[in-house]
Design a protein around this ligand. Structure first.
Ligand code: ZN
Length: 231
């Protein structure tokens, strides 16, 4: 169900995740991450014509993008989503997760405000890559949950890093975010990297029968703040 009015929890940024929640702690490499800006263009979407900006991470060679709308460098916190690539959800309409719906809702809300930014980071499958994500989905088809599957393949539950966000945001003169996420650990990770997050805005969309267990696992094992129909 789509909630047209963002549910704002002003205390969420200060919330301490439960002890068993695995935080994507910034690595030492994150602290001095560099990013190279390349070029930008117009990107018309059903909701607004955004500006699409291309970056390259010199350390990995990976290409990342930012979608922006409006004036961002006036010092006011910017409505934002930090979205990690999910090809299956973002492009193939997968119902196994809620990523595509969250990305669409974020773009829609930014268009409504006329101002905001989406950082689209190319770290597929919580950082394990597309092919390993398919292997993890195969394990989930046989009964594993999303965290067990990644760990059975020898990965951490969440291998994402957010070190590139700070230099990408700095490129646009953005230092503070009103962040659209259900993941308090992402707020903590960004704050540790020097990005201010004065507000976390829930983005509860894309729930369906196929991803109920996935969302329950994200809530119970990864600390996401998600209200489920069973509650
Ligand atoms: Zn996804």
């Amino acid at each position: 169900m789509s909630d047209p009015s963002p549910a704002v929890d002003p205390h969420a940024a200060d919330a301490t995740p439960a002890a068993d929640v695995r935080l994507p702690v910034p690595s030492s490499a994150d602290a001095d991450a560099e990013i190279r800006y390349v070029d930008s263009c117009e990107l018309p979407t059903p909701w607004a014509t955004f500006r699409l900006h291309g970056f390259i991470d010199p350390a990995s060679g990976k290409e990342h993008v930012a979608l922006t709308l409006g004036d961002l460098d006036d010092g006011e916190p910017v409505l934002a989503r930090v979205h990690s690539e999910c090809l299956t959800g973002d492009a193939f309409f997968s119902q196994r997760c809620d990523c595509g719906a969250q990305l669409e809702e974020a773009l829609r809300r930014i268009a409504t405000e006329g101002r905001g930014i989406v950082l689209y980071l190319r770290q597929e499958g919580r950082g394990i890559g597309l092919i390993n994500k398919i292997r993890a989905y195969h394990l989930q088809d046989a009964g594993a949950d999303t965290v067990q599957a990644n760990e059975d393949l020898g990965f951490a539950a969440d291998q994402r890093h957010y070190g590139l966000c700070q230099p990408m945001l700095a490129h646009f003169g953005v230092g503070a975010l009103r962040l659209m996420t259900n993941n308090p650990a992402k707020v903590v990770a960004l704050q540790k990297l020097g990005v201010q997050v004065p507000e976390r805005i829930s983005i509860l969309v894309g729930h369906n029968p196929s991803n109920q267990r996935y969302l329950a696992t994200k809530r119970e094992k990864l600390g996401h703040v998600i209200g489920l129909p069973a509650e």
